[in-house]
Design a protein around this ligand. Structure first.
Ligand SMILES: C[S@@+](CC[C@H](N)C(=O)[O-])C[C@H]1O[C@@H](n2cnc3c(N)ncnc32)[C@H](O)[C@@H]1O
Length: 263
């Protein structure tokens, strides 16, 4: 199986480490981690969830397919006096040093991977959970804004790739340098239920462009009942689904569904 192709490298990894440092997911998933340790933050990225959980005293390991994200996570952990076990591993190749009572995969499933890899990732989660353990993951619904649902019909797909937007999202980092991200949809494959996006990242210092990169990313959208079948096939027979990070029963208006599955 090929390595999942995500855009979380280089400047994009720096963006994540610099600007994506909080959000409702930290406390929402953290409550489950508090009650079930040791835990694995699968697809931990630069440590947005992992590092607050370590500071809270939880016993948590992390893994991610991107060595750049893991390196930035490790560097921040060391700066903050922490030394977690961090693995560079794709979810479908998960092979950690111990079993867990909680595995959290936040913002990861369906990114850059193939459908068989996603199924294998769920199977590995099952393998690496204790019998009384809990798997938690979120998944952006395919009809949500990121998945470009409106581009799925044939006549809309014919207009792709989109032109690059003239301006993107620009932010100033702690060291004074500025980062800008722009994204566009390149293609949509309704049979694979995936959209291919490209991200252009630029870094500026004192008004001078010092680095520019482009990275691709595929995102696969899963409908709820499809994921329930995949979870069942992976050995999870008790599954609860909630909307966003609220604990509410899911409605058609929730953008993220959160799955809580037990073996
Ligand atoms: C949207 S970020 C989320 C990071 C972190 N979970 C958070 O919530 O801050 C997605 C992360 O998943 C990683 N990733 C994507 N596909 C992966 C895969 N198949 N296996 C492991 N990590 C993956 C990326 O490298 C990236 O760090």
């Amino acid at each position: 199986m090929s390595t999942p192709q995500t855009w979380h490298y280089g400047l994009v990894a720096e963006w994540w480490a610099e600007f994506n440092t909080d959000g409702p997911e930290v406390d929402y998933f953290g409550r489950f981690v508090e009650q079930g340790q040791p835990a694995l933050d699968a697809g931990c990225g630069a440590g947005r969830l992992l590092l607050p959980w370590l500071h809270a005293g939880y016993d948590v390991d992390g893994c991610d397919v991107s060595a750049d994200m893991i390196e930035l996570c490790r560097a921040r952990a060391r700066r903050e006096g922490l030394d977690p076990t961090l693995l560079v591993q794709a979810l479908h190749e998960l092979d950690p040093p111990r079993r867990y009572r909680t595995i959290v995969a936040c913002g990861v499933l369906g990114l850059g991977s193939s459908r068989p890899q996603d199924q294998e990732a769920l199977r590995r989660f099952h393998t690496w959970l204790e019998p009384d353990g809990t798997l938690l993951f979120d998944n952006q619904v395919p009809y949500g804004p990121q998945m470009r649902w409106s581009l799925w019909p044939k006549e809309e797909r014919a207009r792709l790739p989109e032109a690059w937007p003239t301006a993107g999202t620009r932010r100033r980092a702690g060291d004074g340098s500025e980062y800008e991200l722009r994204s566009r949809a390149v293609s949509v494959d309704p049979l694979d239920q995936s959209v291919l996006l490209e991200l252009r990242a630029e870094k500026w210092r004192d008004g001078v462009l010092v680095a520019a990169e482009e990275h691709p990313l595929t995102m696969r959208g899963y409908l709820r009942d499809e994921l329930l079948l995949m979870l069942d096939r992976a050995g999870f027979h008790s599954v609860d689904v909630r909307g966003d990070y609220t604990g509410e029963a899911p409605t058609p208006d929730h953008e993220f569904l959160v799955y809580r599955a037990r073996p």
